[in-house]
Design a protein around this ligand. Structure first.
Ligand SMILES: Cc1cc2nc3c(=O)[nH]c(=O)nc-3n(C[C@H](O)[C@H](O)[C@H](O)COP(=O)(O)OP(=O)(O)OC[C@H]3O[C@@H](n4cnc5c(N)ncnc54)[C@H](O)[C@@H]3O)c2cc1C
Length: 262
């Protein structure tokens, strides 16, 4: 498992972009400062340290040295870091109310630079569990992908993923006894997600599962309560994390998150 490392921010250079599906954009980064990036960080998160709107490059570079306004922080997941080509992939779920991170990705051109901090520790399921329940929305898809890649071939359980449109579905290679269900929510900020309801209706097999859930915070809170209280699932058997909040940018959301146990 990747350990949390506090290294100074690295300047990453956009190498290319790829539209994976209509609402998911992959940006591949490279650059000398990425050399030595941990190779076991798939599913871990990084922080983009972005410039403020209309900030010039000099002021932005100074902000990275702790001078002036702090850079804008946004959290994303490591999909893959390939040591041999020194390439880091980050997948951006595109959303209508684009904030600084989404705008950065939408406008990214080869040669653009941005600072990144991290990675954190990896966010992987305990593969020794009896069965698995892995779920989330498009912001969780990169970490879900990393988790699915490391499931043993005899794993059983469920994967439930909410995407914005049918064409956002991906083709994952899954163990035979893992059942995947795709839900469509064209308006993630409408508050009309049925992810929690669908998960609560799933039959609960024998044995102790490992449950991994991430996405919009109200859905995650509903499910955390369901697993803790209704299913009496101990914390070591679950990862539940709010990744964003309807109507709040990440700065406001993280402030609240630090006050409430998340
Ligand atoms: C540990 C962790 C890992 C994450 N990994 C990823 C990842 O790999 N890929 C990814 O795409 N996201 C990921 N996220 C979520 C991402 O950090 C947020 O979606 C973030 O708010 C996007 O920043 P922004 O600058 O585009 O929007 P912000 O400036 O933060 O927000 C602007 C507006 O957009 C809304 N908004 C934010 N996200 C969404 C959304 N997904 N759908 C609809 N409305 C939204 C907000 O409510 C706000 O109203 C992760 C979050 C965490 C905590």
């Amino acid at each position: 498992m990747a350990q949390s490392r506090r290294s100074p921010p690295r300047l990453a250079i956009v190498k290319n972009t790829e539209q994976l599906t209509p609402n998911m954009l992959r940006v591949t980064f490279s650059g000398d400062e990425l050399l030595g990036f941990p190779t076991d960080a798939a599913s871990a998160n990084i922080k983009f340290l972005l410039p403020h709107a209309n900030q010039d490059n000099e002021a932005y570079r100074a902000s990275l040295q702790g001078v002036g306004a702090k850079p804008v922080k946004r959290t994303y997941t490591v999909v893959d870091y390939r040591e041999n080509s020194n390439e880091l992939d980050i997948d951006f779920a595109l959303h209508a109310d684009s904030g600084p991170a989404t705008l950065f990705a939408l406008n990214a051109q080869p040669g653009d630079t941005v600072a990144i901090a991290g990675p954190s520790s990896a966010k992987l399921v305990d593969v020794t569990a009896d069965w698995f329940l892995i779920a989330g929305d498009m912001t969780a898809l990169p970490a879900i992908e990393a988790n699915l890649k490391q499931l043993p071939a005899d794993s059983a359980g469920y994967v439930v993923i909410e995407v914005q449109e049918p064409a956002d579905q991906r083709d994952f290679k899954l163990p035979e006894a893992i059942h995947i269900q795709w839900l469509i929510n064209p308006e993630p900020r409408s508050g009309k997600s049925n992810l929690a309801e669908v998960i609560k209706s799933l039959p609960w097999p024998e044995g102790t599962p490992y449950v991994w859930i991430a996405g919009e915070v109200s859905t995650v809170r509903t499910l955390r309560e369901y697993f803790a209280k209704t299913k009496q699932l101990a914390p070591q058997h679950r990862y539940t994390s709010g990744y964003w909040q309807i109507g709040q940018d990440e700065d406001a959301f993280q402030l609240v998150k630090r006050q409430i146990i998340d």
